[in-house]
Design a protein around this ligand. Structure first.
Ligand code: NI
Length: 136
């Protein structure tokens, strides 16, 4: 078994808030992240796949094909978007890094596995200091 990680990047806006909470409670829980007029991050996503090496190619997965899946399913839907408003797979969900990692996993799992490997980890890095890893 060998592991391979592909990084992708996107810039997106979001805020953390609940409509069913008061402004005061949202600010108390989410702080600056609840700012009504949004804020943005330069996100990085690290997708790790695992599998056996193809003897003919020496690859666990064709990186060209993996990057096409990630472009179509992750970068294009998220880049320069508002995560709360514009991204179909985040509709009605909290725009936290945790939820984003889980929803990206769900978005890509089938197509990644169709490339002949298994999805191992989706890591979403929101800032230099904060990242989330989801293992399914
Ligand atoms: Ni934020």
């Amino acid at each position: 078994m060998i592991y391979l990680t592909r990084r992708e990047r996107f810039n997106a806006a979001h805020k953390l808030y609940r409509d069913d909470w008061s402004v005061e409670k949202n600010e108390a829980v989410f702080g600056k992240c609840a700012n009504a007029n949004w804020h943005g991050h330069n996100y990085e996503v690290f997708v790790t796949v695992k599998g056996e090496i193809n003897e003919a190619t020496g690859f666990v997965v064709d990186l060209k094909e993996l990057s096409i899946v990630l472009k179509n399913k992750v970068v294009d839907p998220l880049d320069h978007r508002n995560i709360n408003l514009d991204v179909p797979f985040m509709k009605g969900k909290m725009a936290s890094t945790e939820i984003l990692a889980i929803e990206i996993w769900k978005e890509i799992q089938k197509e990644v596995e169709a490339l002949g490997c298994q999805l191992h980890c989706v890591k979403v890095q929101e800032t230099e200091n904060n990242s989330v890893e989801y293992y399914g």
